[in-house]
Ligand binder design. Sequence first.
Ligand code: COA
Length: 176
Amino acid sequence: MALSDLVAQFFGSVLRGLFEAMVEALFMAPLRAMGLIATKPAFREAGPEAIRPLRHRVLREGRPLEDAIWPGDDEARHFLLEWAGSVVAVATIMQNAFPDGDGPSLQLRGMAVGPEHQGKGLGAQLVTGIQEAVGEPMWCNARMSALPFYEKQGWTAVGETFEVQGIGPHRRMISR
Ligand SMILES: CC(C)(COP(=O)(O)OP(=O)(O)OC[C@H]1O[C@@H](n2cnc3c(N)ncnc32)[C@H](O)[C@@H]1OP(=O)(O)O)[C@@H](O)C(=O)NCCC(=O)NCCS
């Protein structure tokens, strides 16, 4: 892909994010508050293309768009929440053996809620939907900042803190 295409895609993703935040604040939030549109986002399984823009915006901001394309994406299962026509939360499930001995063989990755929607229960809704869809325990590498979120969903931290290069400290966690 040419550099100019990458730059155009990057700014396109930034502008789309700004536009979505503006539409949410000016129109969607007031309409929801008045009970005129659905109050709960819809959960569904999707292809990798549908989840990558939000994955990039939340988890790989400021990096090339390619950083949001991960090995194993084509074989993985992807899930999202859609709210008023926008993708507001995404996550991916990969078949990956637990790295520290006995443990689940499904890894939750790329858990991301749009910044303008964080703290509204969407992360919890997405994890619950995924748990019901996959029907078996999962593990993940949780950013330290997200550890309390997973604990609230009933997940347990195991092992020592470790560093993921360029991202920061993490703990391994297992769902119940
Ligand atoms: C972490 C993240 C997925 C949580 O999703 P969310 O929609 O903001 O969280 P929810 O609103 O569903 O929160 C559910 C519960 O967890 C708590 N919680 C969520 N994030 C928290 C945090 N960082 N610290 C403490 N508690 C937190 C909420 O207070 C809520 O508690 P309650 O059930 O008592 O009301 C989201 O904030 C996010 O995408 N963050 C940036 C990217 C990231 O860190 N992803 C995880 C990578 S491992």
